[in-house]
Ligand binder design. Structure first.
Ligand SMILES: Cc1cc2nc3c(=O)[nH]c(=O)nc-3n(C[C@H](O)[C@H](O)[C@H](O)COP(=O)(O)O)c2cc1C
Length: 277
């Protein structure tokens, strides 16, 4: 059996879950691979989908919705004929129907959604303008969350291997709960896309933010920064700027709250995910 998993990850959580899932499947003697959608052209992805027996899709949930890059990736795929599929999201607490919303985009492409899961991972929203979102960069606390999530991933891998369908959050009630967040989120989404700015007094002009932006929103010409207004809210530039010089909603990161969340492992860096550019 061959499984291919395509994922989008802003700050590393979905990357980590994808790698763990693939490792577990390989231990069960299944040929599996996890691929960042930022590192592959849709033509190549299509060829991999054709060869695979099961195709997976993973993404972080944003306001009970799919991140824009994942929506665009799915839209770019050609239709398949009832290809077996699993879909999952990562989230800090709650999405209602975080995996089902991915299925909504995948079904019209001909995917047969057999498995769906919502994995609980650390919060990646660290922006000072939204102080009610608590986050941590404490390694011990992050490890505790990862340990719990490992069990969840293992159970999910078991469902896939057994062949028995398992779909978390696919009920009508979950859909209604998802709508509670998704409907207002989609209304304000456009206005949130233009809120990233660079503080030129703090900035060391390393260009890392522009290099790792998955939307090409930040442009650095060697001297100045500009933005295109198409931020996808992944938090990469804000969380990974080495000197926290990125402003969101006109506010810099509040250093009193500790370092922003920089991924599940100390070895993680977002440039590991964006090989295409
Ligand atoms: C714009 C935005 C919206 C989010 N919305 C939700 C949400 O609705 N529910 C939730 O539980 N987590 C939400 N989160 C938290 C992320 O989904 C979570 O931290 C995820 O694991 C990040 O994955 P990544 O590191 O792969 O990008 C949101 C994060 C961002 C940046």
């Amino acid at each position: 059996m061959m499984i291919v998993l395509f994922y989008f990850s802003g700050t590393g959580n979905t990357w980590w879950v994808s790698e763990e899932l693939v490792n577990l499947l390989e231990k069960k003697e299944i040929a599996a691979s996890a691929i960042s959608i930022e590192s592959i052209e849709s033509r190549e992805a299509q060829a991999m989908i054709e060869k695979a027996d099961i195709v997976g899709f993973g993404y972080p949930i944003y306001g009970s919705d799919l991140p824009q890059p994942m929506k665009e990736f799915i839209m770019s795929l050609e239709a398949v004929n009832n290809k077996k599929c699993f879909v999952f999201c990562t989230q800090v607490s709650w999405s209602g129907d975080g995996a089902r919303i991915g299925a909504e985009f995948l079904r019209p492409k001909g995917f047969d959604i057999r498995w769906g899961e919502e994995f609980l991972m650390p919060n990646n929203i660290c922006v000072s303008a939204l102080p009610f979102f608590s986050f941590t960069s404490d390694r011990k606390k992050i490890e505790d969350v990862l340990a719990k999530c490992s069990g969840q991933i293992e159970r999910f891998a078991g469902h896939i291997v057994s062949g028995k369908p398992f779909r978390k959050g696919f009920s009508f009630l979950s859909f209604l709960l998802g709508c509670v967040q998704r409907v207002p989120f989609r209304i304000v989404y456009k206005s949130l896309q233009n809120d990233i700015k660079v503080n030129s007094e703090l900035c060391t002009f390393c260009g890392f933010c522009a290099k790792v932006c998955p939307a090409g929103n930040l442009i650095f010409d060697g001297e100045t920064f500009s933005t295109r207004g198409n931020c996808v809210l992944c938090m990469r530039c804000y969380n990974f700027c080495p000197v926290s010089a990125i402003k969101y909603m006109n506010r810099l990161h509040n250093a009193d709250k500790g370092e922003p969340y920089r991924g599940p492992l100390e070895t993680f860096s977002p440039d590991m995910l964006c090989g295409k550019r």
